[in-house]
Design a protein. Structure first.
Length: 600
């Protein structure tokens, strides 16, 4: 049997010497290899299986699992160096095969071959210090996550005080404030769109301007006249009155792709529900984030509202700082819009959170689709803001009966549908082999720009790049979310294949988010809707515009829940209704009173 990789740094001569000192051992699952407090008389080099490292907690009569070690790991090397008792217990979690070396054999080696003993000791020390560095980082993370931070405490305390003062504002006064904010948002939408593109180099100014305006006017229109706080309604039959109360302080994460529109949206819905909000902009948009924050604060002060009802993190922070906000006891709710890692961090913070998930919408072009309308819809949607809308189309699932005609309509609408030869060249240029995903330089860039550096040319302005493909279910960038004006095109034979492929694509990525169908048959549309595990099923609508409620009756929102399908708590287009507590005042009702089934 070859030596463990641990010994690779030793010379051939020293490896041969050390190999003679190793003894093969095996442990059945559940066997204790060594116990906390035992004499440290040997180290173990794991060849197969997993070992559980535990720390005894006598005050609660239990053990805490510190970590798991697997093949290639070393156990107990610290005891060989310091000769102190074991600091933890090691238990075979599965069947384990290992090699062991004892302190006695190392002591003998030091006498016979001091060079080999020194080399071995150095390798043991390097392994131990690597583990110590890892432990130091873990302790640092814990300290930063739990230790008070004066900046965090100050912002949260100010937000709490402002929310308390704002909680009793009457509905008409709140709506008037939202109207003033919306007017300012609309006035500055073009300039902020320009600033965003200049700062991020993502998207385009015209579409970001429109997005900012929709996030302002569209969201405002959905809020004004609604009951944000206080008595909502009374059910005369049950005599139950619903009363809305604010969540408190909301911590709002703002992504790099839609910073201004998301900040507008979160500000309006939080104020409508009488919450304070602390906005945390992605570090790449702090400049425009500060501009948005100052605009909001100016309106609040002018209208006599508590200025601290909307706060924002003004300087570049860190993930640790963000974690401190998310776990702060003064924060009541996290509104997490951003990457998967940040959303998961929000869910793990211990604070209630509303998060989102990745998009990857399959878009079924059925045999009876209105092909010119479908093609125009797809190109308009996927080219909008250079493809950074998660609810846009990502994968075209096209019935073979209409494939060629649909491709012709795509091209007529400005899409470049690639030939097999072009597709091969394009994928080599556009995909990062290290991640097997489209390169970061394609994100939020125009199709014309991407075509330029990938060698694609057409005699017309390219709005979207479409790559015909097949998929065997393996990891494939064409089957994943694409935050760029690039689409995959898969062809299918009939409805059953279309639904099956759509389900496979969602299972690969995007479960819970959005699916789209283009069909004139209500029964086909209904079947698709029933089959898709997504929170939004759009029929004959552009995805980017439909998910936000521009071309559908969905609630205007910049936070799109994915439900338990996608690991979220709601399927809603999140709005003010999701940011409050609903209390229920239930009055005494005599059993059977007024119930025809229980006379008398």
């Amino acid at each position: 049997m070859s030596l463990p990789g641990f010994f690779d740094a030793l010379s051939d001569e020293h490896r041969e010497t050390v190999a003679k000192l190793l003894t093969e051992v095996e442990f059945a699952p559940g066997t204790t290899i060594f116990t906390e407090g035992d004499e440290g008389d040997a180290a173990y080099f794991i060849d197969e299986g997993d070992v559980r490292i535990e720390l005894e907690l006598p005050e609660v009569d239990t053990e805490s699992v510190l970590r798991y070690e697997g093949p290639g790991s070393t156990l107990g090397e610290v005891a060989l160096l310091d000769r102190l008792p074991r600091s933890a217990t090691a238990v075979a979690d599965t069947h384990v095969r290992a090699r062991t070396i004892t302190t006695a054999s190392i002591d003998e080696l030091a006498v016979r071959e001091p060079g080999a003993a020194l080399a071995l000791t150095l390798e043991l020390a390097r392994d131990a210090t690597a583990k110590l560095r890892t432990l130091t980082n873990q302790v640092s993370d814990l300290m930063f996550a739990t230790a008070p931070d004066p900046v965090v405490d100050d912002l949260v305390d100010r937000a709490v005080a402002a929310q308390t003062a704002f909680a009793d504002w009457p509905e008409d006064r709140v709506d008037a404030l939202l109207g003033k904010l919306t007017a300012v948002f609309l006035e500055h939408a073009p300039a902020l769109a320009q600033a965003t593109v200049e700062e991020t180099h993502i998207g385009n100014v015209d579409d970001k301007t429109l997005k900012n305006m929709v996030a302002a006017q569209g969201v405002y229109d959905s809020l004004v006249g609604q009951v944000g706080a206080g008595t909502i309604s009374t059910d005369e039959k049950t005599q139950v009155t619903e009363i809305a109360a604010a969540a408190g302080v909301v911590f709002g994460l703002v992504p790099v792709t839609n910073p201004v529109a998301t900040a507008y949206f979160k500000t309006l819905v939080c104020l409508k529900s009488r919450n304070a909000v602390i906005l945390s902009f992605h570090h790449a948009v702090l400049g425009v984030g500060n501009q948005v924050g100052e605009l909001i604060r100016g309106v609040l002060e002018a209208e006599g509202a508590p200025a601290d009802i909307v706060l924002w993190v003004k300087k570049r922070g860190s993930r640790k700082l963000t974690q401190q906000f998310m776990s702060h006891p003064g924060v009541s709710l996290i509104l997490a819009t951003g990457g998967s890692a940040m959303v998961q961090a929000a869910y793990s913070s211990g604070t209630p959170a509303l998060g989102v998930g990745p998009g990857n919408a399959p878009t079924w072009i059925a045999a009876d689709a209105d092909l010119p309308a479908a093609a125009s819809s797809v190109v308009m949607s996927k080219s909008f803001d250079n493809g950074v809308i998660c609810g846009a189309e990502h994968n075209l699932v096209v019935d073979r009966a209409v494939r060629e005609e649909f491709i012709a309509q795509l091209e007529a609408s400005g899409a470049a549908v690639l030939s097999p030869e072009e597709a091969e060249t394009f994928m080599k240029a556009a995909v990062d082999p290290a991640t097997n995903r489209f390169q970061g330089v394609t994100v939020g860039q125009s199709a014309a720009t991407i075509a330029g550096f990938t060698g694609i040319a057409r005699p017309y302005d390219i709005k979207v790049i479409v790559v015909p493909a097949s998929w065997d279910g393996e990891d494939d960038p064409l089957a994943a979310e694409k935050m760029t004006p690039i689409l995959s095109l898969f062809d299918v034979e009939g409805d059953d294949e279309a639904i099956a492929l759509s389900l496979r694509l969602l299972a690969f990525m995007g479960t819970g988010h959005t699916s789209i169908i283009h069909s004139q048959d209500p029964d086909r549309v209904a079947r698709f809707g029933a089959a898709m595990p997504t929170s939004r099923i759009l029929a004959n609508s552009p995805g980017a515009h439909g998910v936000f409620g521009v071309t559908t009756g969905l609630t205007p929102s910049l936070t799109l829940g994915c439900g338990t399908f996608g690991g979220n708590s709601t399927t809603d287009n999140v709005t003010f209704k999701n940011l409050r507590n609903i209390k229920r005042l239930a009055r005494l009702v005599q059993p059977g009173a007024g119930d025809a089934d229980h006379p008398g």
